[in-house]
Ligand binder design. Structure first.
Ligand SMILES: *Cc1c(COP(=O)(O)O)cnc(C)c1O
Length: 392
């Protein structure tokens, strides 16, 4: 059976170019990047080339890039690092109700430590209103954290406007850009962010490595304690091969950004219009304009999302109910709840996330089997009356 992968927001396949770039650093160039001998210099050169590649992807300076173990660590470092470094007596942080758990759980931790946090709500489109962010600000606000693209819906948040608010008021601005880097233009100057998190495995790089952009002059307390790596921002021997893989993946993404954007958007439109024309009682979640190209989230009324994912998987197609991090939990997705879906609608929602290796043929193959899968699941639903049956 040919298998098709439509879960690129959970993770992406490693780009062969990234793998080839990593290979020598796993075999012959195995030095510690802090060592002064030849081996160390080779490793250091690999890390510094990657730093340039990652900096270029977001229009940053190389000195502003810190390598981490991934998106989660970058988000934690940014948020905890700013709050811990602040000497203010009263501290307040503004974030949104649709953040990834890497941000939301960190915000909850802050609350347990006595920091007040405002979770700005989103409308039914899954987009934050900058006016609501402005209204949430207080004299003691020290940090705003708003994600760039949402992992479940793909919706893009108005960071430029929020960045302007933050810079006018001297408030640090962090963004979780894990789902946007490599998919849409990300420019730290245009967005006016002070901190930006990305993850290699979401852009066809290896797992377990990421980066945090830290604007020059930002005072940040490190999360981990140890040596003087990464300009004292992140101790620990560098994951050299992983960092090199991230750099290579960033360079490829940067080089193909425009053409890949167009290709993925067309692929997603083909999938969406195919589903809408062949399967009744389906609706698309989230704003259809302000979103990254490869993501679509749809509610298939009268189904259980888990059942759909399993039935599709049996036929070789991998998709998901919302995010990988919350699957397995009985709670409906916090993102779908935030945009106003009822629990049964949230549980009937499916995310397809397309990526670099998906083709028109993949989409057509999924469309060939989907109507029957959906109908099979629906006929066992007590609330469903098939349009075919009721027409008789
Ligand atoms: C995947 C993801 C993360 C976590 O990144 P890891 O590298 O897996 O730790 C954070 N934020 C968003 C939006 C994500 O999609």
């Amino acid at each position: 059976m040919k298998r098709i992968y439509f879960d690129n927001n959970a993770t992406t396949p490693l780009a062969p170019e990234a793998f080839e770039a990593m290979r020598p650093y796993m075999l012959e160039d195995y030095g510690n990047a802090s060592s002064i001998h030849w081996y160390g210099q080779r490793a250091k050169a690999g890390v510094e080339k990657a730093r340039e590649q990652v900096a270029r992807l977001m229009n940053a300076r190389t000195s502003e890039i810190v390598f981490t173990s991934g998106g989660t660590e970058s988000d934690n470092t940014a948020i905890l690092g700013i709050v811990e470094a602040s000497r203010a007596e009263k501290k307040h942080v503004v974030t949104t109700s649709i953040e990834h758990p890497a941000v939301l759980s960190t915000a909850k931790l802050l609350e347990r430590r006595g920091v007040s946090v405002t979770y700005v709500r989103v409308g039914s489109a899954g987009v934050v209103d900058p006016g609501d962010v402005a209204n949430a600000l207080r004299p003691e606000t020290i940090l705003i954290s708003v994600m760039h693209a949402n992992n479940e819906l793909g919706t893009i948040q108005p960071l430029e406007e929020i960045g302007r608010l933050a810079s006018e008021r001297d408030i640090y601005f962090h963004t979780d850009a894990v789902q946007s880097t490599g998919k849409i233009p990300v420019d730290v100057e245009k967005l006016r962010v002070d901190l930006l998190a990305l993850s290699a495995h979401k852009l066809n790089g290896p797992k377990g490595v990421g980066a945090l952009y830290v604007r020059k002059g930002t005072i940040l307390k490190p999360l981990l304690h140890g040596g003087h790596h990464e300009r004292d921002r992140r101790p620990g021997t560098e994951n050299v091969a992983g960092i090199v893989g991230l750099g290579a993946a960033a360079e490829i993404a940067c080089a193909h950004l425009n053409e890949e954007h167009g290709r993925l958007a067309a692929l997603r439109d083909r999938l969406e219009s195919g589903i809408l024309s062949q399967v009744p009682f389906v609706s698309i979640n989230g704003d259809r304009t302000y979103r990254v190209p490869g993501t679509t989230n749809l509610t298939f009324d009268y189904i259980e999302g888990e059942g759909f994912v399993i039935a599709m998987d049996l036929r070789g197609i991998a998709c998901s109910t919302g995010s990988a991090c919350s699957s397995g939990s009985v709670e409906p997705s916090h993102v779908l709840s935030a945009i106003g879906l009822k629990p049964e609608q949230a549980r009937a929602s499916i995310r397809f996330s397309l990526g670099r290796f998906n083709t028109d043929e993949d989409v057509d193959a999924a469309l060939r089997i989907m109507p029957a899968v959906v109908e099979q699941l629906r006929v066992v639903s007590p609330h469903y009356r098939s349009p075919v049956m009721s027409a008789k």
